[in-house]
Design a protein around this ligand. Sequence first.
Ligand code: KG4
Ligand code: ZN
Length: 334
Amino acid sequence: MPALPNILAIESSCDDTGAAVLAAGNMRSNVISSQKVHSLHGGVVPELASRDHQKNIVFVVQQALQQANMGLEQMQAVAITAGPGLLGSLLVGLSYAKGLALALDVPLIEVNHLDAHILAHFIDEPKPQLPFMCLLVSGGHTQIVLVKEPLQHQIIGKTIDDAAGEAFDKGAKIMGLPYPGGPIIDQLAREGNAHAFAFNQPKVQGYDYSFSGLKTALLYFLSDELKNDSAFIEKNLNDLCASWQRVIVDYLMSKLKKAVTDLGVQHVGIAGGVAANSYLRQTLGQMGQELGVATYIPDFQYCLDNAGMIAKVAEFKFMKAQFAGLDLAPFTRG
Ligand code: KG4
Ligand code: ZN
C-alpha cells in the first residue's frame, strides 16, 4: 500500500472559494473565503460569484499552503471540484487547478461535490462503518445516499424539485429575511414555538422528497394573514421560523428513518450546509437513540462548502490511481 499523499484541494462550485492541504492523512489547513456580495441580491448571482473566485483564488491557495506550513513543491496531487455547480465558478477553480497540476507535474484529481459532502464524514474520528447511510442536504441537493464503499454511492431517494436548503432560503425570503436564510431561521427559531403554526408534510412516494408545495403553502398562509394584520410576520417571526424549520426537518427525518429501518443500516449521518442546522442535528441524535443506530455529523467546518472534503475524496481516488486528464470539463448538474 503506497503512503498517503500530500494533496492540495480547491473548491469553487458556488459562492465559497476554498483551498485545503491534506498531507499524509492530516488535514493541515482548510481555508474558506465566503462571498458576501450575494446577500444584497437575495441569492447567488453566478457572474458575480465567478468574478469573486477569480479575485480570491490565488490568495486562498497561498493561505492554505501557509497555514499548512508547506510549499507547492511538496504537493503530490491537485484536487478540484468538477461539479455539480455554477459553470463560471467551476471554470475558475478548474482552470487554476489544471495550471497548477501541469506546472508541478503532478496528477489532477476530479472530485464530485456531492460525494465530497458525504465523505466529509471520513475526515475526523469517529468514522462511520460501511454500509453507511447519509442524508445529504445542501442548497442545491437533497438525497438519501447509501455508501457501500468510499467511492461507491447509491442514491436511495432525492428531491423531485427544490432542495431542503432552498426551502429554508425561500421560506426566509418570503418572511423578508436576507440570503442565505437557513442560518437565520435556525437562529430565530431558538426563541420560537415550533408548534405555533402547522404546515402539512408533502406526500411523495418512497424515499423521495418535494419542497415546492410547502413553499407555496407558506406563501398563501402568510398572504392571508397579512390581509388581516400587516405586521403579522414581525409579530410572529420567531414562531414562524421555528414552525417552518420543524416541518422541513421532521419531513427530512421521516424519510431518512424509513430508509434506515427498511434497509437495516447501523451507521447514519447528515452532510451538506443544512447539516449545520441545530434542530436537524438534535433530531438525528434522537433518531439514533430510538433506532439504536450510530449517528455522525462532520465537524462544522466540513458541513458547509469547503475544500477539506474535496481533499478527502481525492485521497481515496489517489490510492486507487483514479486521475483526470487535463481535458477535464466541468459539469453543472448532479
Ligand atoms: O452545502 P452548502 O454550503 O452549499 C451547497 O452546496 O448548496 O449549503 C448551503 C445551504 C443554504 O441553503 C443555507 O441556507 C443552508 O445550507 N444552511 C442552513 C444552515 N446553515 C446553512 N440551513 C439551515 N440551518 C442552518 N444552520
Ligand atoms: Zn455544497
